[in-house]
Design a binder for this molecule. Structure first.
Ligand code: PMT
Length: 232
């Protein structure tokens, strides 16, 4: 119906940072607050979807109407995402997943070494969650529709288009995370939307606005790309 265009759809959204342990008391992470992903979950629930929110460690309340799964590491987020993506209609990867984790987190707290001024940490690549979801989607019947984000500090359009193609995404939401007052942690954001199939050149630009409002616009554009279904 017009007021609940996402009724009957299952939307899975990842949000927040991941946290990669170095030892029992330290980790590698980033500045994602979860606000953008939680705003998407809120908007999807408001539009009538069944919503599952896979969240890294953030301090935000669970959006009304969403089922929340808390994870810490990229490997945990990968596992939960693969399990849930299989039966969903729309998968949105808004999480800022750590690209690397410690190869072997120390079992005990890492101590300063007398006389050594440097410490070498060996990192290994984490799986690319959204690229795996898209690859698995390709082995099925085109479901789910996969939307990724691209957080860039320069050459926004070129890097985002490369991620769109390389990860085999259906749509990408590119945001400039070096712009003051936008991106990580803030209440506002702006985005450039691009599609793998036919958006012409240049994409669609959404100006700075509250994340709640931007989330609505992103979802409406993504939902508009889903195959039409019989109305129940
Ligand atoms: O949480 P907020 O404070 O509100 O900030 C919002 C945000 C800036 C974090 C958000 O808008 C955003 O840009 N999220 C994506 C951040 C990111 O990690 O982008 P990326 O360009 O590194 O990754 C590209 C895409 O691949 C993303 O969809 C990401 O979820 C996905 N990815 C990346 C690495 C990895 N190992 N697995 C992934 O699935």
């Amino acid at each position: 119906s017009a007021d609940a265009p996402a009724r009957g759809l299952h939307v899975v959204i990842t949000a927040g940072p991941t946290r990669e342990p170095l030892d029992p008391v330290r980790y590698l992470s980033n500045h994602s607050s979860g606000k953008m992903g939680f705003a998407l979950a809120t908007a999807a629930a408001e539009l009538g979807a069944k919503v599952t929110l896979i969240s890294g460690p953030v301090s935000l309340p669970t959006p009304e109407g969403a089922t929340r799964i808390d994870v810490e590491t990229a490997l945990e987020m990968h596992e939960a995402s693969r399990r849930l993506a299989e039966a969903c209609d729309l998968f949105i990867g808004c999480a800022a997943v750590a690209d690397y984790r410690a190869e072997a987190p120390a079992e005990h707290k890492i101590k300063k070494t007398e006389g050594e001024d440097d410490l070498t940490l060996r990192l290994v690549k984490n799986p690319d969650i959204i690229a795996d979801i898209a690859a698995e989607r390709d082995t099925r019947n085109g479901r789910p529709f996969v939307v990724g984000f691209a957080a860039e500090t320069r050459d926004l359009e070129a890097y985002a288009r490369d991620k769109l193609e390389r990860k085999r995404l259906d749509m990408i939401v590119a945001n400039d995370v070096s712009a003051a007052g936008l991106g990580f942690g803030s209440d506002d954001n702006a985005a450039l939307l691009m599609w793998r199939d036919g958006d012409g050149e240049g994409g669609e630009s959404l100006p700075p606005q509250p994340k709640a409002q931007l989330a609505r616009a992103i979802l409406e554009r993504a939902l508009g790309c889903l195959p039409t279904r019989p109305v129940h």
